[in-house]
Design a protein around this ligand. Structure first.
Ligand code: OXD
Ligand code: MN
Length: 589
């Protein structure tokens, strides 16, 4: 496939280490992929679903101990511990390589090693980067083919001398005690062993496109962010683009594929999806910030996805999709998950593989699908995919939105005073734990820019990089914070959320265009009530006032929590963050 010596030498080394029985290059052809699907069905690695109702769709079940990303087994191995920083797990590279090499040694004996050349971003785009993943899992090959651009054209783009991210995955026996997801940012290398769950093994996604890319971006003057990208079209047909970062379980995929409320749809408003999870951002020649989605598919959480919550995501899963750990309806070999509808299948196979009466099983409080079960769907399937999705130059970003799940602290929306203040707003992002996750409810987890598990170097330096970028962007996007999750005193959500979030996005774009005024508060600019499109909502004036209000006591408590969080970075913390905290303290009085 290639004469690139760097590729060939590394491949020889990895072959000598893993000792596969044979090596297969993935060329990206449909014929080869189809053969692999057949093979996976023969071996039981995948189950073929109803090809009339779900053409091209397959099912996969992971081991019960292997159903999610493992942050405690994820490492950033830089030369010094200081470079990885206090948030990441660290081990000296030499020590980690020795440990890993022992695990990979002979790990593919009797098995096939697949060589997957892939591009993050459209092939040939100035934003794009190339990786090669070696894996012994067909499931990984088929998922990578959906999530990235794979095959011969990538190797051609790499050329005889191009650089790439070296990615090695071996499934072994998925032993959780010897599971490692390891990044060597200074060696452009990712090594994953003893897992077969997507987030740990589709190495183009979190591992490359966020952890390694964030490090590359810091070195090269661009940004890799955990952000969706959407285009909002107004009735005049103008499209403005927004990037938004949210911690998990805040409805990011739903926002990326939002359907406007009826009265806005009638006026001609539309939302176009460019990306649902990751944005790579560069400064364009016009001094604006441009974004691409480096991925080619959606690796979405299935439970909760329904016609009502996310019609577009559901549509995207109707063909050429791989489902992982959802339930099967044995009646017609289709899929089901909690929240899809109110009709759990009677003849169900729950995610661990047991045949159950789904109606009785769920009535007893059991879950048919794993809460982190997933669909891997091609982006092109999405009815609202942006026409700019393949644009190699990316889309110009008007606004950056940060969000979290806060019961009381954050108002529905506010705007940062300028870029530097916006960096502070992003750096102080947090979410409160819900009953859905293990552990105490209402505990604040600080999650700067939603990047807590994904920064591939010292987070203090990452904050500095944001400030440095601000100096390079002549026409920076405006920065906002939203909170869809404010609760009233009875614990009810005050804001309807979902499609109605469009009303808030419209205010954000109005602010970007200088169309509306706002009220300056201690924390930033909050809307004047009359500038929010609230028609058709059953919200009293008091509720709207409450949604936009600043609870000073809650902010003082949050500030104390911020100070505690930032203290761990010591002298490495940018002075701007400390200054912003002092200023906030002064404003709060
Ligand atoms: C994801 C995540 O899977 O952020 O996208 O955990
Ligand atoms: Mn994510």
């Amino acid at each position: 496939m290639t004469n690139n010596k760097k590729v060939l030498n590394w491949l020889e080394e990895m072959k000598a280490l893993c000792k596969p029985a044979n090596v297969v290059w993935i060329d990206g052809s449909e014929a080869q992929l189809e053969q692999l699907r057949e093979e996976a069905v023969q071996s039981g690695e995948m189950i073929k679903l109803n090809q009339e109702k779900l053409p091209g769709c397959y099912y996969h079940r992971t081991a019960e101990n292997d159903v999610a990303r493992v942050e405690d087994r994820t490492f950033i191995c830089t030369e010094t511990e200081e470079e990885a920083g206090p948030i990441n797990n660290w081990m000296a590279p030499a020590e980690m390589y020795a440990k890993l090499n022992a695990l990979y040694d002979g790990s593919m004996e009797g098995r096939t090693m697949y060589v997957i050349p892939y591009s993050m971003g459209p092939v040939g785009s100035p934003f794009s980067k190339i990786g090669i993943e070696l894996t012994d899992s067909i499931y990984v090959v088929l998922n990578m083919d959906i999530m990235t651009r794979v095959g011969k054209e990538v190797i051609d783009a790499l050329g005889e001398d191009g650089d790439f991210v070296k990615c090695l995955h071996a499934k072994r026996d998925v032993n959780p005690d010897e599971r490692y997801i390891v990044h060597f940012p200074q060696d452009n290398t990712i090594m994953s062993v003893n897992s077969a769950y997507g987030g740990n093994v589709l190495l183009g996604k979190k591992c490359f496109a966020l952890r390694i890319a964030s490090y590359q971006g810091m070195k090269e003057g661009w940004m890799a962010e955990h952000m969706l990208i959407l285009g909002l079209e107004n009735p005049k047909g103008e499209v403005k683009y927004i990037c938004a970062a949210f911690p998990s379980a805040c409805g990011k995929t739903n926002l990326a594929m939002l359907i406007p409320p009826e009265f806005l749809k009638e006026q001609g408003y539309k939302v176009w999806t460019v990306g649902d999870d990751i944005a790579w951002l560069r400064v364009g020649e016009d001094g604006r910030l441009y974004a691409i989605n480096p991925e080619a598919g959606f690796f979405g959480v299935a439970p909760g996805t329904s016609v009502k919550s996310n019609f577009n995501a559901l549509e995207a899963t109707k063909k050429n999709t791989i489902f992982t750990n959802v339930a099967i309806n044995e009646e017609d070999m289709t899929v089901w998950w909690e929240g899809l509808d109110k009709n759990p299948p009677v003849n169900a196979i729950e995610w661990k593989g047991a045949k159950v009466n789904g109606k009785e099983y769920t009535a007893e409080g059991n879950k048919l699908a794993h809460p982190n079960s997933r669909f891997t769907a091609p982006a092109v399937n999405c009815p609202c995919i942006s026409s700019e999705f393949e644009n190699p130059q990316g889309v110009p970003i008007s606004a950056i939105v940060f969000g979290g799940r806060r019961a009381k602290t954050a108002p529905l929306v506010y705007q940062a005073r300028d870029w530097d203040h916006g960096v502070f707003v992003g750096a102080t992002m947090a979410s409160e734990t819900t009953a859905a996750a293990a552990g105490a409810v209402g505990v604040v987890r600080r999650d700067p820019m939603a990047m807590r598990p994904f920064v591939g170097y010292n987070m203090a330096d990452y904050f500095q990089h944001w400030y440095d970028m601000g100096k390079k962007i002549a026409n920076p996007p405006k920065i906002f914070n939203v909170n869809w999750f404010r609760l009233d005193d009875e614990g009810n959500f005050m804001w309807p959320g979902f499609g109605d979030n469009m009303r808030v996005l419209n205010w954000i774009l109005d602010r970007c265009e200088g169309k509306v005024d706002a009220v300056e508060t201690e924390i930033g600019f909050v809307p004047n009530k009359e500038d929010l499109q609230l028609e058709g909502l059953d919200l009293s004036d008091e509720v709207v006032t409450e949604l936009l209000s600043i609870d000073k006591q809650a902010w003082k408590e949050d500030l104390a929590n911020q100070r505690e969080f930032f203290a761990q970075f010591g002298d490495r913390l940018p002075k701007e963050i400390k200054d912003s905290m002092d200023e906030l303290e002064k404003r709060l009085g």
